[in-house]
Write a protein that binds this ligand. Structure first.
Ligand code: GRF
Length: 199
């Protein structure tokens, strides 16, 4: 399955995908797309010879679709992509566009809920667990069908940073697992197996 990964920054989930899917594997990252030319993840992709593209207008659906067509992309993975994906892209890739969110949706999501703010909200709520969610992307922020979740404990001593680090470890296993399941099914599907039992 030909995968485009969309990023806005660091790109640690992109790295996890690239490590999980070496050349010849059943999913291949064929394009890394960003709204920011200076996103550090782009440099990493270029170093591995993976095509990258920086959107001149991230709100322009035609620009997205032309770029995705050029690389015959079959699955779009939003991995730390912070802008809204244009409606025509969501419509064309319905069921084949997924996002990773660093909390247990449906709580702690929605517009403006990204980065440190997510973990701050989790800590402020007093819940004893957080985690990562991979979900389908539709027209409403963080509201598409949930495909997979994994949990981590919230500790009394946690800061947003320590909690983010614990969640990120889970993200790096969860996202490749969902992409592998999608590659096998030909579309994004809920994860059938608990994470520990996946190869
Ligand atoms: C991750 O926590 C992801 O869940 C969220 O943005 C962050 C991106 O981190 N959507 P990275 O760029 O993959 O390191």
């Amino acid at each position: 399955m030909r995968v485009a990964v969309c990023i806005s920054g660091r790109g640690s989930n992109l790295r996890a995908l690239l490590e999980a899917f070496p050349p010849g594997d059943e999913a291949q990252v064929v394009l890394v797309l960003s709204n920011r030319a200076e996103a550090p993840g782009l440099e990493h992709a270029r170093g591995l010879g993976i095509p990258t593209a920086v959107l001149t207008d991230p709100a322009n659906g035609d620009e997205w679709l032309t770029t995705l067509d050029r690389y015959a992309v079959e699955l779009i993975v939003l991995a730390g992509y912070v802008r809204l994906v244009p409606g025509p892209v969501i419509a064309r890739y319905r069921g084949r566009i997924i996002n990773i969110h660093p909390a247990l949706l449906p709580r702690f999501g929605g517009p403006g809920m990204y980065g440190r703010r997510v973990h701050q909200a989790v800590l402020a709520s007093g819940v004893s667990e957080s985690g990562a969610t991979v979900h389908l992307v539709d027209e409403v922020y963080d509201r598409g069908d949930i495909l997979a979740q994994d949990r981590v404990p919230v500790r009394p001593s946690d800061t947003p940073e320590t909690l983010a680090a614990r969640v990120l470890e889970v993200e790096h296993r969860l996202l490749p697992a969902v992409v592998r399941a999608a590659a096998r099914a030909g579309r994004a599907v809920p994860l059938a197996e608990p994470l520990e039992r996946l190869p």
